[in-house]
Design a protein around this ligand. Structure first.
Ligand code: NAG
Ligand code: NAG
Ligand code: NAG
Ligand code: NAG
Ligand code: NAG
Ligand code: NAG
Ligand code: NAG
Ligand code: NAG
Ligand code: NAG
Ligand code: NAG
Length: 424
């Protein structure tokens, strides 16, 4: 995936407010209705199950990199788990299994040109969720957790001590841009998968690696004393300085990995402190203006209209992992609830596209955020559904949806809807 912000050219057109989701956050039926509208709208963009070719099955295609499809299926996994709506399960299972590759480890030759360690891991997140949520196992071959273990075993041998005292490189293949970069999303994802496998299997190997990757991140100053997670560092400089961009999803990935370790250790003080510290640091991602309190945003690109296609989806993963954290580290629940409830209400009130519920500009206390496309994707009309997550809050659960949609009108513009729903 691409993590730095490049603006090639930005055109802008005002969006027309067509359709806002009718949502009562205190009414479970209303929530299910709203989520089903969004899930249906999102799936209407996916045609890989109809065309059913090796090139199209399981993926959305340009402008979305391969990883964002993995992220999408992870969201749909949550959607089924929390709503009980199994309408998309056959499509979901087919999609996930279509990308395990010849070695059953989510290494896919067809996508070698856009498969870095982080990209591979996003498919791993979806498969890990399938294992954790007891999603129906594949009818043949490896189980969900075995698939993730196989993925993990491809990554552990890429731990590279030739430079920077360790770490995964961003890219797997030297022919891809970014091979000489060690980034936190790749290492954070490896940390999180290690922690989740530790908790799921109890195997000490994963525990040790979770600790090791976390330590490495801190030792290389890629996580600050205040728990802010930087983007990465240059291998050719032996990681002696850092790219200090801070993204929502990196925070979410380390947060949830730490919460997993907190839970696995039955509440160790060390992992509690780390989880709390990473949670505290998420304050950076809320309240873009004084009059928009508790509204999630992407500080590195959003208020200056520089987000690219990947970056538009990042908040989906922060939301997913913040909610998921409350389930296994309940001491974060009340504070998380406050942040995400406000963001969900703002998102539901925002405009969205005609009927499908998946497009929209975030409206935050009267501040309309505009999301402007930074690349010339004029041939596409695509949508992606990046996160559905629930949290147990006394009641049963809540849901968050991050959706970004690319549309073509007279000019090009990019819109984003971010929705959290509390399900009573
Ligand atoms: C949910 O949708 C159904 C079918 O459209 C409708 O009959 C029902 O009133 C909706 N419920 C709520 C709470 O919006
Ligand atoms: C493909 O998936 C969509 C969305 O779930 C569904 O409506 C459609 O029936 C599926 N088509 C086939 C051929 O499976
Ligand atoms: C490279 O960086 C690591 C981690 O900071 C350090 O331990 C190592 O000594 C450095 N190597 C060189 C050759 O500078
Ligand atoms: C623990 O996990 C590692 C890595 O997948 C594996 O090599 C090892 O066999 C596992 N140990 C046990 C006891 O299952
Ligand atoms: C990680 O660092 C801590 C100290 O902060 C140390 O106790 C622990 O042994 C280290 N773990 C690994 C696997 O390096
Ligand atoms: C957590 O507690 C359970 C139940 O007391 C115990 O079996 C397990 O070994 C503990 N785990 C750790 C990592 O201490
Ligand atoms: C998190 O923030 C709270 C409230 O500001 C503070 O009391 C606590 O010390 C912080 N914890 C960490 C680990 O930073
Ligand atoms: C670990 O997670 C479970 C839910 O899976 C929760 O019931 C339990 O309280 C958590 N443990 C701690 C120490 O918070
Ligand atoms: C909120 O603050 C922003 C930034 O200062 C400003 O542009 C906007 O007009 C304000 N909105 C309202 C409703 O006051
Ligand atoms: C739990 O639900 C009860 C009844 O709806 C409510 O009064 C209470 O505030 C809720 N607690 C939390 C922590 O949300």
């Amino acid at each position: 995936m691409i993590t730095s912000s490049h603006v090639v050219g930005a055109l802008f057109a005002a969006a027309t407010c067509v359709f806002a989701l009718d949502l009562d956050v205190n009414d479970p039926d209303s929530i299910r209705n709203a989520t089903s509208v969004i899930a249906h709208g999102m799936m209407s963009y996916y045609t890989g199950n109809v065309t059913n070719t090796p090139e199209t099955v399981g993926v959305l295609g340009p402008p979305y990199y391969w990883w964002e499809s993995g992220a999408m299926w992870g969201a749909l996994m949550d959607y089924y788990h929390y709503t009980g709506d199994s309408s998309y399960n056959d499509v979901l299972t087919q999609a996930l299994l279509s990308q395990v590759g010849p070695e059953q480890d989510f290494m896919v030759p067809l996508h070698a040109k856009d498969e870095g360690n982080d990209d591979q891991a996003f498919w791993g997140f979806a498969a890990m969720s399938a294992a954790e949520k007891d999603y129906p196992q594949p009818s043949s071959g490896y189980s969900w957790v075995e698939l993730v273990e196989r993925l993990w075993n491809t990554q552990v041998v890429r731990w590279d001590t030739e430079s920077c005292a360790g770490g995964l490189r961003w890219q797997i293949f030297s022919f891809n841009n970014g091979y000489d970069y060690k980034n936190t999303v790749s290492n954070g994802a490896f940390f999180q998968l290690s922690a989740r496998l530790a908790r799921f299997t109890g195997n000490q190997t994963y525990v040790d690696w979770a600790e090791k990757v976390y330590n490495w991140t801190v030792d290389l100053n890629l996580m600050t004393e205040d728990y802010h997670v930087y983007d990465g560092a240059d291998v050719l400089k032996n990681c002696s300085d850092q790219n200090r961009l801070i993204w929502t999803y990196n925070a979410g990935i380390y947060l949830y990995g730490s919460a997993m370790m907190y839970n696995y250790t039955n509440g160790s003080a060390l992992w509690q402190q780390r989880t709390q510290g990473l949670f505290n640091a998420t304050a950076n991602f809320f309240s873009p203006f004084d009059n928009a309190t508790d509204i999630m945003f992407e500080p590195a690109c959003e208020t200056v209209n520089h987000c690219n296609t990947d970056q538009f989806s990042f908040k989906g993963y922060l939301s997913r992992f913040m909610w998921a954290t409350t389930l296994i580290a309940p001491f974060t629940k009340i504070a998380t609830n406050q942040l995400l409830t406000a963001s969900s209400k703002a998102a539901a009130q925002s405009c969205s596209g005609p009927g499908d519920g998946v497009t929209g500009d975030m409206m935050a206390n009267g501040v309309q955020f505009k999301y402007i496309l930074s690349k010339n994707f004029n041939t596409y009309k695509e949508s992606i559904f990046t996160s559905i997550t629930y949290v147990i809050n006394n009641i049963t659960s809540s849901i968050s949806l991050g959706v970004s949609t690319l549309s073509r009108t007279e000019s090009l513009y990019f819109k984003y809807l971010f929705l959290f729903i509390i399900k009573a």
